[in-house]
Design a protein around this ligand. Structure first.
Ligand SMILES: C[S@@+](CC[C@H](N)C(=O)[O-])C[C@H]1O[C@@H](n2cnc3c(N)ncnc32)[C@H](O)[C@@H]1O
Length: 234
C-alpha cells in the first residue's frame, strides 16, 4: 500500500491545501459552521492522519502522472511555487533521486481559508515551512536536497531551473504577474514551467510554447494545466 508518512499536524495543512480530501461530511460541517470554525477547529482535531496520508498520496501520484513525461534525468534543479507540504516533489524524488528541490511558499495559515482567485492581493496561505521540511524528510527527501524559501522574508534563489511547477497556486489563486519578472531571470530556453490556470490562451502572448496537458472540469479545480517555455519578452 503506497502512502505518505505524515508528521504530526501535517494532515490539517494537507486538507486545507487539498480541500477535496475533506470528504462530504467535513464539507457539510464547513458549510454549516463556517470557514473559520472549519480551518481552526475541525481540521485541527477531527482528521484521520493515516487516511489523509493515503488519499493525499493517491492524488499526488495522479498529479505526477500528468507531468512525468516532461521530466528527464538531465533535469537537476526543480523549483516549486506553492507546493503545499510537497507531496508531488516527494514522488518526483522517489522516481528521480538526488535532484535539488527549491520551494517558495508562505509560512502561515489564513484564519478563514477562502479558495479561489485573490489576484494581486495574494492574501491566502496555508502552510508551515517547518512541517513542510519534516514532511519531505519523512518521505525520503534528504536535508541537503531541500531548499525552502519564505515568500515574505527570504531572497529568492537566483539559479537557472530546469523544471518549475506550481499546482493550483500561481495564476490559480494569484496573478502570474507576481512572479513573471523573477521567472524570466531564472529560466533558460528549455526550462519547463508547469501551472494551472483558467486562462490558458492568455499565456500564448507570454510564452513561445504553450501546451495544455490536463483539463479539470470539477468545481473545485476547474482549470487547465499548461506547460510553457521561452518567454517572448525575456
Ligand atoms: C491550493 S494550495 C496547493 C498546494 C499544492 N500545490 C497542491 O497541489 O496540493 C496553494 C498553495 O499556495 C501557497 N501560496 C499562496 N501564496 C503564495 C505565494 N505568493 N507564493 C508561493 N506559494 C503561495 C499556499 O500557502 C498553498 O500552500
Amino acid at each position: 500500500m503506497k502512502t505518505f508518512t505524515l508528521p504530526k499536524k501535517a494532515a490539517r495543512l494537507i486538507v486545507l491545501q487539498r480541500i477535496e480530501l475533506a470528504g462530504k461530511n467535513l464539507k457539510k460541517i464547513r458549510k454549516i459552521l463556517g470557514r473559520y470554525f472549519f480551518s481552526n477547529f475541525i481540521t485541527k482535531y477531527f482528521l484521520n492522519s493515516a487516511k489523509v496520508g493515503f488519499e493525499y498520496h493517491k492524488i499526488m501520484q495522479n498529479e505526477y502522472l500528468t507531468i512525468k513525461e516532461f521530466i528527464s534525468n538531465e533535469d537537476n534543479f526543480f523549483l516549486s511555487i506553492g507546493a503545499g507540504v510537497g507531496g508531488l516533489e516527494a514522488i518526483i524524488n522517489q522516481n528521480f533521486p538526488s535532484k535539488n528541490y527549491y520551494f517558495i511558499e508562505k509560512n502561515f495559515i489564513s484564519k478563514k481559508v477562502k479558495y479561489g482567485w485573490t489576484g494581486k492581493l495574494n492574501s491566502e496561505a496555508y502552510n508551515s515551512l517547518e512541517i513542510q521540511r519534516e514532511f519531505l524528510k519523512s518521505n525520503q527527501m534528504n536535508d541537503h536536497q531541500i531548499n525552502i524559501i519564505d515568500f515574505d522574508k527570504d531572497n529568492f534563489p537566483m539559479i537557472k531551473f530546469d523544471i518549475i511547477t506550481s499546482l493550483f497556486s500561481l495564476d490559480y489563486h494569484y496573478d502570474f504577474d507576481l512572479y513573471s519578472d523573477y521567472l524570466k531571470k531564472v529560466s533558460k530556453k528549455n526550462t519547463k514551467i508547469i501551472f494551472d490556470t483558467i486562462r490558458a490562451e492568455h499565456f500564448k502572448k507570454i510564452f513561445k510554447n504553450v501546451e495544455i496537458i490536463k483539463s479539470s472540469f470539477d468545481t473545485v479545480h476547474r482549470s487547465k494545466r499548461i506547460i510553457c517555455s521561452q518567454f517572448i519578452n525575456p
